[in-house]
Design a protein around this ligand. Structure first.
Ligand SMILES: Nc1ncnc2c1ncn2[C@@H]1O[C@H](COP(=O)(O)OP(=O)(O)OP(=O)(O)O)[C@@H](O)[C@H]1O
Length: 264
């Protein structure tokens, strides 16, 4: 049985190898309930691997992942979603030719749709469930300030708004933990700053626990409350943004990478 230490998510001694490559060795971190946490590290340090292990896309070589006091190590992503994890992807994954609201409703249908036969037979249960799903999708869009764009086609929205549609789809499922995989990928500085404000607002207004995997240091330092830093698959440091900014091992890891690039 996993011990209940009060954290919403605990990652313990996580190891992942791809053939001969050790992508992660002995990574530990915890996310207390209600915290906006960041996982950072230089390129190739293992952030995406850690994210995929937590969500269930990858299975660890060894180690343990505990979510809501349940051992979820090796769970399929669908099971983790049922338990309350919701994620966004590095590359936006939306139905670009469909309206915004339909994209948000898809997430809810997968979670608690009326069921195949009810829908096909047009049973009242199906239309009530459909109405509820539409209402919940609209509420999620409202939270993100996108309610007035609910009927626009996704492809016609600016990139920043498309990201918000993804957030709305994740939020509509009322997750316990929102996992964001490099949400600023492909964004300009203005869009990045706006998105940082949106994440921070969601976290504060909804008391939402968030794990943010991100490259953009300025954004991470500006909005996260706790940070875990990994380097070459190993734990480097953890603490508040201020502690991390002053940590000499972290400074060396980032500057070292920059020096390598410079010398190349
Ligand atoms: N499917 C895979 N097969 C083999 N090696 C992999 C695989 N996925 C990741 N790796 C290796 O594991 C290491 C960590 O990669 P990962 O993508 O997790 O790092 P990252 O910190 O997310 O990098 P970036 O910041 O560039 O996105 C790298 O050496 C990478 O080449």
């Amino acid at each position: 049985m996993p011990s209940d230490n009060g954290a919403l998510l605990s990652v313990r001694q996580l190891n992942k190898s791809f053939g001969g490559i050790k992508a992660l060795s002995g990574v530990d971190f915890e996310i207390p309930q209600g915290v906006l946490a960041g996982l950072i590290g230089p390129n190739g340090s293992g952030k995406t691997t850690a994210f995929n292990l937590v969500t269930g896309v990858l299975k660890p070589t060894s180690g343990q992942i505990v979510f809501r006091a349940v051992d979820v190590t090796g769970n399929a992503p669908e099971r983790n979603a049922e338990l309350g994890m919701a994620r966004t992807f590095q590359n936006i994954r939306l139905f670009r030719d469909l309206p915004v609201i339909d994209n948000v409703m898809v997430g809810l249908h997968m979670r608690n749709g009326p069921g195949f036969w009810s829908t096909v037979l047009g049973l009242p249960r199906a239309s009530i469930a459909e109405r509820n799903i539409r209402k919940e999708a609209l509420e999620a869009l409202e939270v993100l300030g996108l309610a007035d764009k609910a009927h626009q086609i996704v492809a016609n929205l600016p990139y920043g708004d498309q990201r918000k549609v993804e957030f709305a789809r994740a939020l509509a499922t009322k997750p316990q933990l929102l996992l964001l995989d490099e949400p600023t990928a492909g964004m300009n500085p203005q869009e990045t700053a706006d998105l940082g404000k949106t994440i921070s607002k969601l976290h504060k207004d909804l008391s939402l626990t968030v794990l943010l995997v991100e490259h953009d240091m300025k954004m991470v330092m500006g909005i996260c409350e706790e940070l875990t830093v990994i380097n070459q698959g190993k734990m480097l440091a953890s603490g508040t943004p201020q502690e991390i900014q002053n940590n000499s091992a972290v400074i060396d890891a980032y500057l070292g990478r920059r020096r390598e690039k410079h010398d190349a």
